[in-house]
Design a protein around this ligand. Structure first.
Ligand SMILES: Nc1ncnc2c1ncn2[C@@H]1O[C@H](COP(=O)(O)OP(=O)(O)OP(=O)(O)O)[C@@H](O)[C@H]1O
Ligand SMILES: [Mg+2]
Length: 429
């Protein structure tokens, strides 16, 4: 039986534009007293307040439940309300309406600047975070060395957190959040700050935490990390919950491509124009699955996809060669491919009448992006039937995701190609 670790019920959060929030939670209160001693907290003149009476809803009526042990990715554009949601869950800030309910201790790593106290040293912050989580001093002592080792900040343990670089800060904050045995781990954009080695360590640690059956909520703009790590995914849009489900890859696709007005078509169909050549009259040109069903874009780089060419031959000519040219989105040609590229014995035999030809597109070869595939037909050494160069029928292939399972390869790399190439060790003789 699955237990509910987090229940979020009709949660809303409003801000008065331009006005600082009043402290409503324990953490906030401590933070504000350390950062702004009480005699320095402005009493706030009423005239200034009147000017900023506009209310802005950062979260609107958000409800969802997370099962124990689930790893939930939270995605959404800047300002969608992701950090606000995590701050409410971590009790950094209070909701305006609605409620949250959760089972177990929450360890959180929020945006740099939240959670830790700038005036306190790294060491003090570790103990403070532990005690906020309800841990006893001995419990924190037993985790202390692991935290310091993971964060790799031994030399700066007694330096105030405000002197830390953002990378050091995040390293320590992540180490604290992940090592203090929280039942629920909440992480906001940790991958944005740390270096590549640390990012890998964090992802590994999050995987370990989730394998131990703990619940993880992870906000990131890095879709590959979300895809690799999460079992379910939430889209927040303008403060509202737009999607929540376990089909992580589909949800990411919807997030990235769903709102685009025009997805260029992966299918070309002859709308009744008859070609004046008898050698190959193209009727349909499209991207499909192994069985010939058209596939919706985008497709994952590692999926099996075929290019289909359907057309009619009225007069057979042995010099006929057909195929396609492929271009990057900015018009660079990547390659041409024709059915006559192999040795002649291996050519498919075209016949008079209708022909349907398919050609597999190499998987994990092209990088994420949109490509134009243009139909080519030619009588070898004699004449073009469909000459590439913008006038021939074209379709569009959009690839997204599935580039690699490597923890070192999380984001789109530069370049048009993204092949995974084997490496092997040559033994010393
Ligand atoms: N203290 C605040 N006072 C006023 N508005 C705020 C406050 N905190 C957040 N907001 C606003 O609430 C909205 C949601 O902010 P939030 O930080 O939750 O977005 P986000 O989804 O985390 O964005 P990002 O991807 O940029 O981190 C934004 O428009 C933001 O300007
Ligand atoms: Mg944020």
């Amino acid at each position: 039986m699955n237990y509910i670790a987090i229940r979020v019920d009709h949660l809303s959060k409003s801000y008065r534009i331009g006005q600082p929030e009043t402290c409503k939670t324990f953490r906030e209160l401590i933070a504000s007293r350390i950062t702004f001693p009480s005699h320095l907290i402005a009493k706030g003149g009423s005239s200034a307040r009147d000017k900023c009476n506009q209310i802005f809803w950062a979260l609107k009526n958000v409800s969802f439940e997370v099962e124990t042990g689930d790893v939930v990715g939270i995605i959404g554009r800047n300002g969608a309300g992701k950090s606000t949601l995590l701050k409410i869950l971590s009790r950094i800030t209070a909701p305006t309406e609605g409620s949250i309910d959760f089972q177990g201790r929450i360890g959180s790593l929020l945006e740099v600047g939240t959670g830790f106290h700038p005036e306190l040293s790294g060491r003090e912050n570790i103990y403070l975070s532990g005690s906020i989580l309800g841990m006893k001093r001995q419990e924190i002592d037993s985790k202390f060395d692991d935290i310091v080792k993971f964060a790799d900040i031994e030399k700066f343990l007694d330096t105030p957190a405000k002197r830390y670089s953002s990378g050091m800060y995040v390293r320590l904050a992540f180490a604290v959040a992940a090592h203090l045995d929280p039942e629920i781990l909440i992480i906001d954009e940790v991958l944005a700050v740390g270096d590549a080695v640390f990012q890998k360590k964090c992802l590994g640690k999050m995987k370990d935490v989730s394998k131990e059956g703990r619940t993880v909520l992870f906000v990131s703009h890095n879709m590959n990390a979300i895809e690799q790590l999460c079992k379910s995914c939430i889209i927040l849009e303008h403060g509202e919950l737009k999607r929540y489900g376990g089909d992580v890859r589909d949800i990411i696709k919807e997030y990235i491509f769903g709102t685009e007005d025009s997805i260029r078509s992966p299918e070309w169909v002859n709308q009744g124009c008859s070609s004046d050549n008898p050698w190959f009259n193209l009727s349909r040109f499209y991207i499909g699955d192994e069985n010939g069903n058209p596939v919706a874009m985008p497709v994952s780089s590692d999926s099996e996809i075929w290019l289909y060419i359907e057309g009619e031959i009225l007069e057979k000519d042995p010099a006929l060669t057909i195929g396609y040219a492929i271009y990057s989105d900015d018009g660079a040609i990547l390659y041409w491919s024709c059915h006559t590229d192999e040795m002649e014995d291996n050519w498919i035999k075209l016949s008079k009448g209708k022909n349907v030809i398919k050609s597999k597109l190499p998987g994990r070869f092209l990088n994420e992006g949109t490509y134009r595939l243009e139909f080519i037909a030619r009588l070898h050494c004699r004449q073009w039937i469909f000459e590439p160069g913008n006038t021939s029928p074209s379709i569009f292939l959009t690839l997204y995701g599935g580039l690699s399972e490597s923890p070192y390869w999380l984001t789109r790399r530069p370049g048009l190609l993204a092949p995974i190439i084997k490496y092997s060790k040559v033994d010393n003789k």
